[in-house]
Structures are given as C-alpha cells and as structure tokens.
Design a protein around this ligand. Structure first.
Ligand code: ADP
Ligand code: MG
Length: 736
C-alpha cells in the first residue's frame, strides 16, 4: 500500500473547496470524515439523457401509446393546493420551451408544496399521462432539482448527472443537491487518482475490469451509460470476489488446518437402532446419512449443512449421526432454537433410546436436557453429568453456549433450524470440543446463490423427498367473514380425529397486544364456536414448563384445538394435528408461513392450511388489480402480502417458497452480516448476480487453493486489503 497516497486520502473533508469546518461537521454526522469517504459516497441514481424528452415530445409519446418512464426538464411556473372531499391534492405547473405540463401529488402535499418554487428547474421522471382536460400529466413523479448550468450541459452535451442521497444531517448543514454535487465533483477531479488499486492486476486484466480510479470516477460522473455500468460491474465484482475469498479461506482453514476426530463404525449398535424405527428411511435420508457418515469417519472435521423441507425427517438423520458419535465414546450436542423444541427432541429421543436399550442392554445412551428455567439442583446435576461424561446426548437451547457448560468429550455438534443461529454461535459451540464435527440443519431451503456465498463454507446435503405416506397439504385463502364456516369445519373434522392449531400473529409493535389477542380469542372461542371441543392455549410468555405441559396435553389429545401465538413456528411435531388456521396471514413472512404450515401434514391424513386475512385482500387477489401506478410504501406492503399469500396457495415446495421470499425481502433481511460473519453487500445482489457469483467463486477458490496464505506477490494486494477492510470477517475465516 502506498502510504503517501493513504495520507492524502485521509485528509479531512474540511479542507476541500467550499466545505470548511461547519459543513465538515455535517458530513461527520453521516460518517464522512475524509476525502476517501467522500470519494466513496456514491450517487443513488443518475439522470440519463436516453430517456429525455421535451414537453411536446412527451405528449406525442403518450398519444402514440408508448408507455414507459421519461424525463422532462422544466421550470416551475405555478402551484396550487385543491381540496376534494376530505383529501387534498397538489398540482404544480411546469413549462419548457415546447409547452406546459403538470405534476400531481395526493400524498405528502404539504411537503411537496414547499419543494417546488417558481422558476426553479427540475428534472421530472415518471410515466407520462394525459389528464381529463387533455394536459400532459405526471402523478407522483421522481424529481431532481438542477441548476441552469446543469440543465444546459445536460441538454447540449448529454452529460449524465448524479443524484446523491441528502440525509437530514446534510440538509441541516446547508448541503443540498447542488452543493454536494459540486463538492464531490471537485473531490473526484483532484483526488481520485490517489486511490490505490484493491484488486490484483492480473484479475483486472483477465476479467476486463475498470481500475479503481476509473471505476470511482465513472460511478459518479460517467460520460455515458456504459461507463457507469462498467464501474458498477467492477464494484460488484470486487465485493463478491472478496466475499468468496473469505468463504474459500473459511473452508480451506476448516478442512486443512484442523484435524478432526476420525470415528469408526465398530458395532452393530447404529444399524440395530435403525431397525427399531417404525418406518423405513427414505432413499434421500439414506443418501444424506452416508454423506454424513463419510465425514465422520474421515479425520477432517465435518462442517455440513443439512437442508430438507419441513417434515422431511431431519431429526432422525441427526440422531443417527449422534449415535455414531456416542458409539465412538464421544458426546453429541443437539441445539434447538426454542425450549419447547429442545424439550420435544429430548422426550422423543429418550423414548427411542429406551426402546433401543431393551435390545442393547450393554449400552445405555444417556440424555441430558439443558434449558433455561430449570431448578438449580437439576441444572447443577446436568452440568456435572455433562462434565463427567455421564451424559451422551446433550440437548438444549442457547443455554448450551454458556461458559458454565463444560463438555467432557464433545465429538459432534448438531444445530437444528440453523437459520436462527449465526456463525458466531457456531464458533462458540465448536470451541467447546476438540474440533468436533458440525451438522447444521435448516428447513428454510437456502437458494443456490446463498449456499454459494453466505453458506459457501459448508458442504451441503439435501433431503429432497418426503416420507412416502404424505399427501400434499391443501392450502386455501379465506376472508375473515368466513371464520364461522371455518370453525364449523374444525368441529366437523374433530369427529375424524383431526386436531387443529389456531395461530395469531406476532404484532410487531407489542408482544403484549398479540398475547391479548390470543387470550381474547381463546376465551371467546371456547364459549362459542368451539364450545363442543377441548381448547388449549400456548404463548411465548409462558414458562417452558407450562408450555411443555400444554404441548404434552395436546399430543395426548386432551385438547382438540390449540390456540397459539407463533411459539409453535419451528419444529413442533404433533402427528394428528392436521389443520392449521393462521389468522391475519398477511402479517407473516413467507418462510414463517411455510414453517407454520409444516406443523401439519405429518401423517397419512389429508391436511389443511387455512390462511385467513382481511376480506378486502381476498377480493384484491385478481392480478390486474395489483398493478398500481404509484406504489406508496403502504401499498407496496399490501402488494407483497398478496404475493406471499398467493405463493402459499400455489407452492408447497419449500425451495420455491424460499426463492420468492428472497426476492420479496432481499437477502440482507434474511441473512444479515451478524448471522453470516460476512460483509454486507452494497453493490451486488444475491438474487440477481448469479453468474457473477459463480465466476468470482471459481476465481477465489482457485486462488486460495494455489496460495492459501496469500504470499505470492500478485496476491499481496488481497492480503493487505483483507487486513485493512475485512479484519472482523477474517476472524471467522480463521476460527470457524
Ligand atoms: P423435520 O425435517 O421438519 O425436522 P421431523 O424430523 O420432525 O421433520 O420429521 C417429521 C415426522 O416424520 C416425524 O414424526 C418423524 O418421525 C417422521 N418421519 C421421519 N422419517 C420418516 C420416514 N422415513 N418415514 C415416515 N415417517 C418419517
Ligand atoms: Mg425439525
């Protein structure tokens, strides 16, 4: 790294022309302190001449029936607010050299009124329309204020103008569109060439990438659209390249630097256990098991992700892995995300082990359950059992992380429902043994782009087949007004031995409210529609012992119906619960809905998932009504909710559901940095940049294979850049 350059770039923004101490303060509030920070404050969009029309042409454009977004540059000539009914509308009149047009706002009129002032010049971008009175009109358009000078250079030289986000901290410091654009322009002109390259020359050449100096310049001020694209491409590449380098390092270090426990299949213990099962393992379960077994028998530590849709039978697979470890004298830890789930696993596994013990008297598998809320004496006994190797399979929640938990000989870590745990937690558990094998399980199928990036350091096994006896779940969407009929259905089905979950959503603003809803309906329903049935209640505020008791009663069929908040979301297994009614279904995320649906359909009976939502949403389902001209954020949310509900009705396949979920939410919201230990992506998009991911992955993995220490002169840049910018992420590359 050129320290001279670094010094210049670390100059305070204060010394940049027209900044000074006051504005520098404002910049600091949004994290911009140095020249370099400013160089990387990229525009959120550009005004591009290719979609540019004058008012007359835009009019003709609509008349000819084109429909797409255009940009018109014009002056404000007039503005007026009009009342209609209770609502208010803002109309702003514009003029350019060829004619007039108007822009209309229905929302935020007060704010927009203050934005548009006579004679100001704006670039207006939107889909043009013709009003009832025959005027050219834009409804809720995007707009950017520009100077006369800019409008001239834009019109005559075809320059592309950048637009920057101006957070309120900058506005308060009197930095607006125009001044920021000038400041950045000055900075780019004078400092961009001091930036040191962050990618090896060889890689830049081979992949036809822009240098960092050009890329920064053109990201701000491209001469044409292609140059901007090239700049963007370079940053996407860089971002994914470093991500994949971290993935490759993590995987490499795990596989080569660490030696695992080489286990053996010594006795018939495990195969005898499989014989005690009341069902045959599916082909898919068997394949996955052999992959797991190979890992465990090798001296490389296992680091495997087991994916399988809800109900595909992952638990039993992980239990068999645990028994291999136990047979080799190791302890196995099974970590679940909730206490009820841990408790359920413990009960189920204890019962199976008891059965096994009756035929294998010489070997008793001892189970220990460690969760919050246990009595001190009980907890102390568990802890000492774990430490003194008197427990073979240890089941628990986060409690397993605690420092007081000392394993005697931890050989296998199983993490159920992995999407709730991040790499940090994984690393902590791993450190509790001597490089134990690790198996993480997830029912949220991870789209391919993610399994190549965020989970790229794991080997992946997939159970892609459901146990034979399963029928696809019937999913329907109903309006709230249909609830009485649905209750009747539940009552009728009870005669056929059906049990039902009724779920109320987690109200984000207040867990208390949510609880109140569940309790209220519980009180109501058992006195009214469900009077003939036994109704139970479970919610997150209950102590786990109480939850456990309710679940047990439900399992024993003391309850026909269980009213619940979302505590039942993950993993719970009640074979005869074959109806799930989900209230306010529009409030749930897609993967959450799919998880909830997975609570039913676990036997050979036909199962039902009834999604209940507002009547208005059900009637909006027809596709053509979904096309809004202008989506306010509330409308967008509504739109997404409808897509989620439609997806649930159409798709039973968790992989499809997950892909749509990823599109709707964006990957950041599903797997944040915290979870993965990888850097956030600013340029690349995991749903869209599939090909680039494959490409950078290949390059990164080959590079690490050849030069895992990054010692070659060509790779020096990578090493320096990793230490300078990715040190936090690097930590997990070394330990995990
Ligand atoms: P998940 O993959 O969602 O964790 P579970 O492991 O809870 O699913 O399994 C769901 C149900 O299917 C359990 O009741 C389990 O006993 C049962 N099961 C697992 N494997 C099979 C199989 N091969 N045939 C029939 N039932 C099975
Ligand atoms: Mg499970």
């Amino acid at each position: 790294m050129n320290t001279e350059n670094e010094k210049i770039l670390s100059l305070s923004v204060q010394y940049i022309k027209s900044v000074g101490p006051k504005r520098a303060e404002a910049f600091k509030r949004i994290g911009i302190e140095t020249v370099k920070d400013l160089l990387f404050y990229f525009p959120s969009r550009h005004l591009d001449r290719t979609t540019m029309l004058n008012a007359a042409k835009a009019y003709g454009y609509v008349m000819k029936g084109y429909d797409g977004e255009v940009t018109v540059i014009a002056n404000v000539v007039d503005k007026e607010k009009k009342r209609f009914g209770k609502k208010e509308l803002l109309k702003v009149q514009f003029r350019d050299s060829t004619g007039f047009f108007e822009c209309i706002w229905f929302q935020g009129t007060k704010y927009f009124y203050s934005v548009f002032n006579e004679n100001d010049i704006f670039a207006i971008s939107s889909k043009p329309e013709i009003s009832k009175h025959g005027n050219l009109q834009f409804i809720h358009p995007d707009f950017d204020k520009i100077t006369e000078e800019e409008s001239n250079s834009f019109l005559h030289t075809g320059k592309i103008i950048p637009f920057y986000r101006i957070p309120k901290e900058l506005k308060k410091g009197y930095i607006g569109d125009l001044s920021l654009r000038r400041i950045i322009n000055y900075t780019v002109e004078n400092y961009v060439d001091y930036l040191d390259e962050t990618l090896p020359a060889e890689i830049i050449k081979k992949n036809d990438l822009l240098s960092i100096n050009k890329a920064v310049r053109f990201y701000h001020f491209p001469d044409d659209k292609n140059l901007f694209e090239a700049a963007r491409q370079r940053f996407k590449f860089e971002e994914l390249f470093y991500l994949e380098i971290l993935v490759a390092l993590r995987k490499h270090n795990y596989q080569t630097r660490l030696t695992g426990n080489k286990m053996r299949i010594k006795t018939k213990f495990v195969s005898d256990f499989i014989k005690t099962l009341p069902f045959e393992l599916t082909k898919s379960q068997l394949i996955v098991l052999s992959e797991i077994k190979n890992d465990m028998l090798s001296d490389k530590p296992m680091n495997r992700l087991l994916q399988g849709d809800v109900g595909s039978g992952k638990t039993i697979v992980s239990l068999i892995a645990a028994l291999i470890a136990v047979d080799n004298g190791f302890q196995a830890a099974l970590m679940a995300p909730t206490e009820i789930l841990a408790d359920q696993h413990a009960k189920l596994i204890s019962a199976m082990m008891k059965k096994l013990f009756s035929s294998h008297k010489e070997k008793e598998v001892r189970i220990s359950l460690l969760i919050g809320g246990q009595k001190k004496s009980e907890r102390d006994k568990n802890l000492s059992d774990i430490e003194l190797n008197k427990a073979d399979i240890i089941i628990g929640t986060h409690a397993l992380f605690e420092e007081t938990v000392k394993f005697n000989n931890l050989g296998l870590v199983i993490i159920d429902e992995q999407h709730r745990f991040g790499v940090k937690q994984r690393a902590i558990l791993q450190s509790k043994g001597k490089t134990p094998d690790v198996l993480v399980m997830s029912a949220t199928p991870i789209p391919r782009t993610l399994s190549m990036t965020v989970y790229g350091d794991l080997d992946v096994s997939v159970i892609d087949e459901m146990p034979k006896n399963r029928k696809p779940i019937k999913t329907v969407l109903r309006g709230e007004s249909k609830l009485p009929e649905i209750y009747k259905f539940i009552v009728d089905k009870q005669k056929e031995d059906y049990q039902t979950f009724i779920v109320y959503p987690l109200v984000e603003e207040s867990e208390k409210l949510n609880l109140k809803a569940a309790i209220k309906y519980y009180d109501q329903l058992k006195e009214t529609y469900l009077k003939q049935l036994q109704v139970g209640l479970i919610h997150g505020k209950m102590k786990w012992q109480d939850k456990e008791e309710v679940m047990l009663l439900f399992l024993k069929k003391d309850f026909d119906v269980l009213i619940s908040t979302t505590v039942i979301e993950v993993g719970i297994d009640i074979p005869d619960a074959n109806i799930i009614l989900i209230n306010d279904a529009h409030r749930f995320g897609l993967s959450q809905l799919h998880q909830l649906r997975g609570r039913v359909g676990r036997s050979d009976k036909q199962a039902y998932c009834v999604l209940v939502t507002k009547d208005e949403i059900v009637s909006k389902q027809k596709h053509d009504e979904l096309e809004f001209d202008y989506l306010s954020s509330a409308q967008l949310e509504k739109y997404k909710a409808i897509v989620r509900l439609q997806t649930m009705i159409k798709d039973n396949d968790g992989f499809k559901v997950a892909e749509i979920d990823l599109k709707l939410r964006g990957p950041g919201n599903i797997f944040g940095t915290e979870q993965s230990g990888f850097p956030d992506l600013k340029f690349a998009d995991l749903t869209e940049d599939y090909e680039l991911i494959i490409k950078t992955k290949k390059i990164a993995f080959e590079l690490i294979k050849k030069d895992s220490q990054l010692l070659l002169p060509d790779n020096k840049i990578i090493r320096e850049n990793l230490t300078a910018h990715y040190s936090e992420n690097l930590k997990y590359a070394k330990t995990a």
